[in-house]
Design a protein around this ligand. Structure first.
Ligand code: ATP
Ligand code: MG
Length: 330
């Protein structure tokens, strides 16, 4: 069996040669406004600065590096881009000890052993030939980074490298080769290079700093907590069953909560969970006792819950309501 050649050496552009039957990928947005519309069409309510960096990343073919607190919508950007652009989402979840065998490729040793036995049983004794055969792409197990470089018929995939700060620095260094040239080297096969660069989204929760060398290859954006107007828009899109007054009050409350001295402030994910939980409990507005009883949906540390429970929750509700009254048109 012949050794596989490098997949392709191609222009780093999005969109590929299509087969007749393949569904057409959605063309990348042509402006920042189109990017905002594309994201909101998939229920992602982005601030303009994020839409700008997403637009540029698609346009320039540069990886997007999103950093921010937990639950602010970093991972969702990759998911939404894949679904809105009609691309395959390939996800690499990082963790300590992540290695090339899990992230890029590994050889299928049991299948190789079997092939050697079968070849020998069939009277094949040419060691070079056997070696040549078993180190071919047939015995290669492709992991996410290699999958993302493969030719596709439906536009380059979205490659999500999630929570890079959890991986070791050695792995981060390995990513440099992949992200600069969109290629990986497999000693037994050669260089595998993408025909079309994948759309790369890297996220980090900033549990440690990521090397400048990696960041330099990317467009960087800090994903912040949304302001009240955007958080209300997110709730309308993602928790539409929540009554209007409840939505306004709980967003004002959460915004105030984020200004408190807490070990872990609630992210958008927690606001959404809380809105859904209170809706399930038939709430139409915030009630101090109910807020205290459901704080565990918003806050995940007992010290934080103790701090807010009871009088403080009551005080924050009153402040939130006063603020909303002031904002009402006269
Ligand atoms: N701007 C937004 N528009 C719509 N939904 C959002 C937005 N931001 C966050 N969400 C929602 O909040 C939830 C959490 O988002 P996501 O998982 O992307 O957060 P994250 O920043 O990756 O968090 P973590 O660091 O914990 O992984 C998801 O359900 C997502 O849909
Ligand atoms: Mg995430």
């Amino acid at each position: 069996m012949p050794i596989a050649k490098p997949l392709a050496v191609g222009a780093r552009r999005f969109g590929m040669a299509m087969t007749q039957s393949a569904p057409r990928p959605v063309p990348p947005p042509a402006s920042i406004d189109e990017t905002l519309a594309l994201l909101s069409g998939a229920s992602y309510i982005a601030e303009r600065a994020l839409a700008t960096v997403v637009f540029l990343s698609l346009r320039l073919g540069r990886p997007l590096f999103l950093e921010g607190e937990a639950g602010v919508g970093k991972t969702e950007v990759a998911k939404v881009l894949a679904s809105a652009l009609g691309r395959r989402l390939i996800r690499l979840q990082c963790y300590e000890g992540l290695d090339v065998a899990t992230a890029v490729y590994e050889w299928n040793y049991p299948a190789q052993m079997m092939a050697i036995r079968l070849a020998e049983a069939a009277g094949e004794h040419d060691k070079d030939r056997i070696e040549h055969d078993i180190f071919s792409s047939r015995y290669l197990i492709k992991r996410p980074l290699l999958q993302a470089l493969e030719p596709t018929t439906n536009g380059a995939p979205v490659l999500l490298i999630d929570e890079i700060d959890r991986a070791d620095e050695a792995f981060e260094a390995y990513l440099l080769e992949v992200l600069s040239d969109f290629q990986v080297t497999i000693p037994e096969i050669g260089v595998v290079k993408a025909q079309s660069a994948p759309i790369v989204v890297i996220t980090s929760n900033r549990t440690r700093e990521i090397h400048d060398a990696l960041k330099r290859r990317c467009l960087y954006h800090w994903v912040d907590y949304p302001d009240a107007a955007r958080e209300i828009a997110i709730l309308r899109a993602k928790a539409p069953r929540a009554p209007e007054r409840l939505t306004a009050e709980l967003v004002a409350f959460v915004q105030k909560l984020r200004k408190q001295d807490l070990f872990k402030s609630p992210g958008v994910a927690e606001t959404l969970d809380w809105a859904r939980a209170l809706t399930e409990l038939d709430a139409v507005a915030l009630d101090p006792a109910q807020v205290s009883d459901t704080l565990g949906v918003l806050l995940k540390y007992q010290d934080d819950i103790v701090k807010i429970h009871g009088a403080k929750a009551h005080e924050l509700i009153e402040e939130a309501r006063a603020e909303l009254r002031l904002a009402e048109p006269r």
